[in-house]
Design a protein around this ligand. Structure first.
Ligand code: HEM
Ligand code: HEM
Length: 184
C-alpha cells in the first residue's frame, strides 16, 4: 500500500499545506470549545444567539478549508514520512490522518442537519445562506438524532486530535526526528 507518497518538497509540507493545517487546527479547537460553551447558555444570556451563529458560520468555513486542503493534498501529496518511523508508526499515522479528514468532513455535515432539520437555512456571517434540504423533518427527531451524532463525532475527533498531538510531540521531543518540523 502506498503510504503518504513523496511530494515535490521532500523535507517539509509546502507553505499552503502548513497554513491550512494550522488554520484548521485553530478553527477546530475553537469550534469545539464554542460548541461545548454555547450549549450551556440560557435564553437571557447575551451570547445565546450570537454563539451558535458564530459556531455555524465558522463550522462552514472549516468544511470549506478541509475540502480545499484535501483537493490540494491530491495535487501536492505530502512529503515522505521521516525515515526513522517504524512501518507500524507509518501505518498508524496514515490511518489517523485519514480518520481525521473523514471526521472533519462529516462533523460539519451533521451540524448542518441539526440546524436545517426543521427547514431553517444555515446563515453564514449574514453574507449568504445554505438552504435546507427538507422543509420539515423527514424522520421524527432528526434534530435530536443529528445533535447526538454531532456530539459523538466531536468527542471522537477530539480524542483522535489528542492522540495526534501526543504523537507529534513524542516524535519531536523523545525520538527527536523531523516529523513536527515538517509541519512548522
Ligand atoms: C484540531 C487540531 C488538529 C487537526 C484537526 C490536525 C489535522 C491533521 C491532519 C489531517 C494531518 C495530515 C496532513 C496531511 O498529510 O494532509 C496533520 C498532520 C500533522 N499534524 Fe496536525 N492537526 C491538528 C493539530 C496539530 C497539532 C497541535 C500539532 C502539533 C503537535 C500537529 C502536528 C502535525 C504534524 C507534525 C503533522 C504531519 C505528520 C506527518 O506527516 O506524519 N497537528 N494534522
Ligand atoms: C469542525 C466543525 C465543528 C465542530 C468541532 C463542532 C463541535 C460542536 C460541539 C462540541 C458541540 C456541543 C455538542 C453538545 O454538547 O451537545 C456542537 C454543537 C452544535 N453544533 Fe457544532 N461543530 C462543528 C461544526 C458545526 C456546523 C458546520 C454546524 C451547522 C451548520 C454546527 C451546528 C451545531 C449546533 C446547532 C449545535 C448545538 C447542538 C445542541 O443544541 O445540542 N456545528 N458543535
Amino acid at each position: 500500500m502506498a503510504l503518504e507518497t513523496p511530494g515535490t518538497n521532500p523535507i517539509r509540507y509546502n507553505g499552503f499545506a502548513r497554513l491550512l493545517h494550522w488554520l484548521m487546527a485553530a478553527l477546530v479547537l475553537g469550534l469545539a470549545a464554542l460548541g461545548f460553551y454555547m450549549v450551556t447558555l440560557t435564553y437571557y444570556d447575551p451570547w445565546y444567539r450570537t454563539a451558535p451563529d458564530l459556531h455555524r458560520s465558522f463550522g462552514v468555513i472549516s468544511f470549506i478549508l478541509v475540502t480545499v486542503r484535501w483537493l490540494w493534498r491530491k495535487k501536492q501529496p505530502p512529503p515522505a514520512m521521516s525515515g526513522s518511523l517504524k512501518p507500524m508508526e507509518k501505518l498508524a499515522a496514515h490511518w489517523v490522518h485519514h480518520l481525521l479528514y473523514g471526521l472533519l468532513f462529516i462533523l460539519p455535515i451533521s451540524g448542518y442537519f441539526i440546524t436545517t432539520a426543521k427547514g431553517d437555512a444555515v446563515n453564514v456571517f449574514g453574507l449568504f445562506t445554505i438552504p435546507a434540504i427538507f422543509t420539515q423533518q423527514p424522520i421524527a427527531n432528526l434534530e435530536d438524532i443529528a445533535g447526538f451524532i454531532h456530539l459523538g463525532l466531536a468527542v471522537c475527533l477530539l480524542t483522535l486530535v489528542a492522540l495526534h498531538i501526543a504523537g507529534g510531540l513524542k516524535h519531536h521531543f523523545i525520538d527527536k526526528d523531523d516529523t513536527l518540523t515538517r509541519m512548522l
